[in-house]
Design a protein around this ligand. Structure first.
Ligand SMILES: O=c1ccn([C@@H]2O[C@H](COP(=O)(O)OP(=O)(O)O[C@H]3O[C@H](CO)[C@@H](O)[C@H](O)[C@H]3O)[C@@H](O)[C@H]2O)c(=O)[nH]1
Ligand SMILES: O=C(O)[C@H](O)COP(=O)(O)O
Length: 227
């Protein structure tokens, strides 16, 4: 069945450089019926840029809460039967969403995960990615190439089953574990997407520290018997 309504959720925290291109690319995709941007307390021009677009639903959080919390705010607004999660910093490469939509629209799987090409420049040391990969292997038995990738497409049925996302950057690993444990089908799909790479500067290490903590929190809650 190919004619299902698609809603895209875009969490955005200080994304003035790319959000415009990301939105206009999503608007070019004919399968996309609804775009919801959740501004997560940005202090730059993100909101002003979003407001220049027609037909965008904007949820404007005044205080930064984290990616998982921002996405959770968007869940109650969804109208589509297929939901896509797309980061605000994809720019024009957001057009590649079409490759992620196909297997879900064709009811081949319940969730697709974007597998990016290797970045041109090495960002971090692979620490958070390795933690995520090892944890997912332990808790799902499966090997993921892109365990942290947040570009995903899910059925509404799966979204309802998940009943909300984990906090901050724990979103992806939390959703993958629940999805596999719930018996849903998942597929990683190679795409030519790119995003703003986190650098090896102080901000970059602070960012990875936050990711590491959020991902670890999800795994610890699994050890303590989480669903
Ligand atoms: O407090 C925040 C921080 C980030 N974001 C948004 O969340 C997305 C991902 O954040 P980003 O800073 O781009 O993180 P990266 O380290 O580049 O992201 C990788 O790792 C994350 C998990 O750790 C995944 O969520 C991403 O999809 C994946 O690309 C972007 O749209 C952000 O604007 C928020 O909404 N609130
Ligand atoms: O860029 C990324 O994918 C994340 O910031 C994680 O980086 P790391 O796995 O190199 O620590």
């Amino acid at each position: 069945m190919l004619n299902k309504e698609v809603t895209v959720l875009v969490p955005a925290y200080n994304e003035e450089d790319k959000i415009g291109d990301t939105i206009s690319s999503l608007q070019q995709l004919e399968d996309v019926n609804e775009i919801i941007v959740i501004n997560d307390g940005s202090t730059d021009k993100t909101v002003n840029i979003v407001k220049e677009f027609k037909d965008i639903k904007l949820i404007d959080l005044k205080i930064n809460q984290g990616k998982g919390e921002a996405l959770n705010q968007g869940l109650s607004e969804i109208k589509g039967q297929i939901i896509s999660l797309i980061d605000a910093d994809l720019g024009k490469t957001a057009l590649e969403l079409r490759k992620l939509l196909k297997p879900v629209l064709q009811q081949e799987v319940d969730m697709t995960i974007a597998k990016f090409p290797a970045p041109k420049k090495k960002g971090g040391f692979g620490l958070v990615t390795t933690l995520a990969r090892v944890g997912l292997k332990i808790f799902t038995g499966l090997q993921f190439d892109s365990p942290l990738s947040g570009q995903r497409v899910l059925t509404k049925n799966l979204i309802s089953y998940l009943n909300g996302f984990e906090s901050g950057f724990g979103v992806e690993v939390g959703m993958t574990i629940k999805t596999i444990k719930g018996g849903f089908k998942v597929k990683e799909v190679p795409v030519n997407m790119s995003h703003q790479e986190t650098g090896r500067d102080w901000m970059g290490f602070k960012h990875r520290g936050r990711q590491f903590k959020d991902v670890l929190t999800v795994f610890l809650s699994q050890i303590q018997g989480g669903k």
